[in-house]
Design a protein around this ligand. Structure first.
Ligand SMILES: NC(=O)C1=CN([C@@H]2O[C@H](COP(=O)(O)OP(=O)(O)OC[C@H]3O[C@@H](n4cnc5c(N)ncnc54)[C@H](OP(=O)(O)O)[C@@H]3O)[C@@H](O)[C@H]2O)C=CC1
Ligand SMILES: O=C(CO)COP(=O)(O)O
Length: 375
């Protein structure tokens, strides 16, 4: 529980920003929430309801909404930024004149900026140069938080003041906040799982069974952690809420917008139709493109992401991805115990006449096969 009244600013009037603003207010903080939509500002201040993003949620009436970013940031000790990745930098730039180095800046955004492949905390660092910077990620469907379903998240920062203040300000009887100092790993976990949530939604619409779903999620975790480790993250982070925790919820729930985009495509809709019908952000659509380009540049094997990328952007039918799911290399289960290279070497050593074994399909063959493969 908050020990003293803290001034909190939330930038973003979407579903997650609204849920976090209300949690902080429930917890005794003085909360101001910024959004650009004046009609929504009026509705939140008069009806204590965000009719566009969380229409059935009775917000804490103490949350004060405003379209004036200067007013919202005045006196804020903690600033939570819940703006989709495509607009994140421009909003930080608009806020910059009123930010101060002693403030704690926390991104809640699970996405990647195309230019430079930057995560949002890196954008915050670039734009401000401040030292109290953190990220929040975890299995946090906003609409379940709005129902006050028991929920846990992670605050990740190298800065202990950031971790502690966020735990104090947001931790309450229905929202638990665990700490991590692997900011990069936690932030990558939140961004990467959106890719696999789309694939899981597609698999569900295609009628795949529970074994398939479990395989997909577990191999997704292998792929995510492989990529994150190549980017300098700690693989153990993926055992936590921001890794396996967030992956489970978004690959299982129709409340996840990324899952819903995949489901709609599995039912035969185009990407454009699926995204238009959603009317909110599905970060995974952009993330899969950026991650595949980065993985190819770094030579990281990511067949699930590559397969999805082909379905989303190259017109490959979803059914084709499912078929090729079974044709990739049969490699190591947990490669941090048995490295992939060791399995591949054993196959090479034991193949008759040093031919590629029958069950072992090379990376080249997998990518030729319409981009699908087993992670
Ligand atoms: N919703 C969830 O369950 C969770 C979401 N997240 C992450 O939080 C981030 C924000 O998501 P969420 O709140 O759900 O998003 P929503 O799509 O619900 O809302 C987006 C908000 O950002 C605003 N916005 C978009 N572009 C701009 C812009 N150029 N300038 C100013 N404001 C802008 C929108 O304003 P307007 O209405 O005027 O367009 C809206 O207030 C995402 O990265 C998401 O991954 C993380 C955990 C859970
Ligand atoms: O990140 C989320 C839950 O943890 C929200 O997922 P979606 O963006 O797919 O709705």
């Amino acid at each position: 529980m908050a020990e003293q009244q803290t001034n909190v600013a939330v930038l973003g009037g979407g579903s997650f920003g609204t849920a976090l603003a209300s949690i902080a207010a429930d917890n005794g903080a003085r909360v101001r929430q910024w959004m650009r939509d004046e009609t929504l500002v009026k509705q939140i201040n008069q009806e204590h309801r965000n009719g566009r993003y969380l229409p059935n949620y009775a917000m804490n009436p103490a949350v004060e909404a405003s379209a004036d970013i200067q007013t919202v940031l005045a006196d804020a000790e903690l600033v939570l930024i819940a703006i989709p990745s495509k607009a994140f930098r421009s909003v930080v730039q608009a806020a910059k004149a009123w930010l101060r180095p002693e403030q704690i800046l926390v991104s809640t955004t699970k996405g990647i900026e195309q230019e430079g492949f930057l995560l949002m905390s890196q954008v915050l660092e670039q734009e401000t140069g401040f030292s109290h910077i953190g990220v929040i990620a975890g299995p946090n469907l906003a609409s379940e938080i709005a129902d006050k379903q028991l929920t846990a998240t992670v605050i990740a920062s190298a800065d202990s003041l950031t971790r502690t203040r966020v735990q104090q300000v947001l931790g309450c009887r229905y929202f638990r906040v665990y700490a991590s100092d692997d900011r990069h790993g936690v932030e990558l976990g939140g961004a990467l799982k959106n890719i696999y949530a789309i694939a899981a939604g597609m698999a569900a619409a295609l009628g795949m069974g529970e074994n398939t779903r479990s395989m997909l999620m577990t191999r997704a975790l292998a792929e995510m952690s492989r990529f994150a480790v190549a980017q300098g993250a700690n693989p153990m982070t993926f055992l936590g809420l921001a890794g396996v925790g967030d992956l489970i919820v978004t690959c299982s729930s129709n409340l996840s917008r990324n899952y819903r985009v995949g489901y709609a495509m599995g039912e035969g809709r185009t990407l454009e139709e699926a995204v238009d019908a959603l009317g909110q952000v599905a970060e995974g659509v952009n993330t899969v493109k950026l991650v595949c380009a980065k993985a190819s540049e770094m030579d990281v094997y990511m067949p699930l992401a590559e397969g999805l990328n082909h379905v989303l952007f190259d017109g490959v039918p979803a059914q084709e991805m499912a078929r090729t799911l079974m044709m990739g290399e049969q490699s190591s289960d947990v490669e941090f115990i048995l490295p992939r290279e060791a399995v591949q070497q054993a196959h090479r050593d034991q193949a008759p006449h040093n031919q590629t074994s029958k069950n072992q399909v090379s990376k080249d063959q997998v990518s030729k096969n319409n981009g699908g493969g087993n992670a």
